[in-house]
Design a protein. Structure first.
Length: 371
């Protein structure tokens, strides 16, 4: 009996399969009919992906504050920029449409409300009795430095009894603090530590409460002097608990920022128990941020004038060229260095050393830390 060969290379079987075997195989294939299109795995997987994407979108919208908080806590860089570039608009829409209200109410129900709910930084602006802020129209590129308060030398600082110092603030202190401590390490006149909180400031105490942090820092190692620098994240409007928004750069914004600054200064000084040196923000590359930082520095300088024991340390002149932003500056040795970071806001390591020398001179006037 002749056999029918299956052509080589087909998907039905190898060469040499008999016709009967071929028929049996064909019958077997015929019995296993393909599932209807609706029952194929591709469609359920696609639907599952859609469900996952919708769930993720709803989670972002209804809990957008968590996304903002996560982004603001990241180190400066592309990832943080991308996360906040999405999170801030989504959070604004979510808050405006009250979509975040259910999550907040459930959180309060289970005792997970914002830690800053009772912070004085979130209180309404000070009333008529508050010290008036300078007019925004009077702000110049170089913020006005207040006259230094009369503060006699507290004590003799020596290698055996170094100054107990804390450098605290946002990412602006990342290089400033170590630069200050290393500059005096040879003489062992400063024993310091750095408390850098990335993505923080005074505009968003709901994200990070500097009032609570100031009390924690002061109650720990009890420093004698505190250097503060923050503001890199504060070039944005202030949203009051009442829902009123204060546009960044406005007179109301400046007054409120000054009020918050005074609260932190008063907490740090603690009735004269220590000295505080609050460092200005340097001129940024962005024209919009330059306007905001001018107002921020105006508020800092005005607040320092009202708080005995606080010095406002102006670094805007040293970190600029006649008040204008520049990436390249001459350091104290006369060499031209890259003084600013690529984002046009932060200082490079060389720029931080230049700023540190300005701050150390202010400390030296009170403590003789430079010998």
């Amino acid at each position: 009996m002749a056999t029918a060969q299956v052509p080589a290379g087909t998907a039905d079987g190898p060469v040499g399969t008999t016709a009967d075997a071929q028929g049996t195989a064909a019958a077997a294939h015929a019995d296993v009919s393909p599932p209807p299109p609706g029952d194929q795995l591709v469609a359920p997987a696609g639907r599952a992906l859609q469900v996952m994407l919708v769930a993720l979108l709803l989670a972002v919208v209804f809990n957008s504050a968590a996304m903002v908080k996560a982004g603001e806590g990241m180190r400066p860089g592309l990832t943080r920029t991308l996360v906040l570039g999405v999170a801030h608009p989504v959070n604004a829409v979510s808050h405006g449409l009250w979509l975040d209200r259910p999550r907040r109410e459930v959180g309060r129900l289970f005792g997970h409300g914002s830690g800053a709910d009772s912070s004085p930084l979130l209180a309404e602006p000070a009333g008529a009795g508050a010290a008036p802020s300078p007019s925004p129209t009077a702000a110049t590129t170089r913020s006005p430095a207040p006259p230094a308060p009369a503060m006699p030398l507290a004590r003799a600082v020596t290698a055996a009894a170094p100054l107990q110092l804390v450098v605290a603030g946002d990412s602006m202190t990342e290089f400033l603090g170590p630069a200050m401590i290393s500059a005096t390490s040879a003489a062992d006149r400063i024993k310091g530590r750095v408390d850098t909180r990335y993505g923080t400031g005074l505009v968003r105490p709901d994200f990070f409460d500097w009032f609570a942090e100031a009390k924690r820092v002061m109650g720990g190692r009890r420093p004698e002097a505190v250097v503060v620098m923050m503001g890199g994240n504060d070039g944005q409007g202030i949203l009051l608990p009442s829902g009123k928004a204060l546009r960044d750069g406005s007179a109301a914004w400046t007054t409120e920022y000054q009020r918050r600054t005074r609260i932190i200064m008063d907490t740090l000084v603690k009735g004269g128990a220590r000295r505080v040196y609050w460092v200005s923000m340097p001129v940024p590359r962005s024209a919009r941020l330059a306007r905001d930082y001018r107002q921020l520095n105006v508020a800092l300088a005005a607040a320092a004038r009202t708080e005995p024991g606080v010095r406002y340390v102006d670094i805007t002149t040293r970190l600029s060229v006649r008040g204008r932003y520049s990436d390249y500056l001459r350091n104290d040795a006369g060499r031209t260095v890259v003084a600013r970071a690529r984002d046009g806001i932060h200082m490079s390591r060389d720029g931080a050393r230049m700023a540190a020398n300005v701050v150390l001179k202010a400390l030296d006037a009170d403590w003789h830390v430079l010998g």
